[in-house]
Write a protein that binds this ligand. Structure first.
Ligand code: ZN
Length: 188
């Protein structure tokens, strides 16, 4: 776990500093999960850990919500030697299968996501699978932001757990120390 945190910091996925979050809160850390997938070797390494977790579950297909989970779904499925598909939103914002993807009755799925904060998208993917007659054998993600507190009703495994602490602007200890603040993503 600690080794993974170090890897995330080295890859600039987990940044340390003083950040203004979109919520308006301040934080000493910022997580940019998409940066994992700009490095194919890092993607392979993390997805291998996920693939290993679900190796014995007779998985037929890996599925995840576009866009964030397309690469992790592909790479995890490649390592399991199974199929992969992704869900996306229709014009009304409803999560669904498009592009001719379909689900067979009894088809066994692992649902994957890059980072889980509220789990909203994952729950929508689970509903898509169940409504089509598929079975969910588990949920996997690279980074769990919930500290393991989320319950999908299926086994849930993460490669790493990172709880990012944030503060109201007027209570931020970094502001009190006079550390200059930046918007995430502004750093190269
Ligand atoms: Zn601050």
């Amino acid at each position: 776990m600690q080794e993974t945190i170090t890897t995330l910091k080295e890859a600039n996925v987990l940044q340390e500093g003083h950040f203004l979050l979109t919520s308006g809160r301040h934080s000493g850390q910022y997580l940019q999960c998409a940066k994992i997938f700009q490095d194919p070797q890092l993607s392979e390494k993390f997805c291998k850990q996920l693939a290993n977790i679900f190796q014995k579950d007779n998985v037929d297909t890996v599925i995840g919500p576009a866009i964030g989970a397309i690469i992790i779904s592909y790479e995890t499925s490649r390592q399991l030697g199974v199929k992969n598909i992704f869900t996306e939103r229709d014009a009304n914002g409803k999560m669904c299968l498009r592009r001719g993807f379909n689900i067979s009755k009894g088809e066994r799925f692992v649902v994957v996501e890059d980072v889980i904060t509220t789990g909203g998208s994952v729950r929508e993917v689970i509903d898509v699978v169940k409504e089509a007659g598929g079975e969910v054998v588990g949920v996997g993600c690279i980074v769990d932001r919930t500290g393991g507190k989320i319950d999908f009703g299926f086994p849930f495994k993460a490669v790493v757990s990172v709880e990012v602490v944030s503060y109201e602007a007027n209570e931020c200890p970094l502001c009190k120390m006079g550390v200059s603040i930046e918007k995430p993503g502004s750093r190269k």
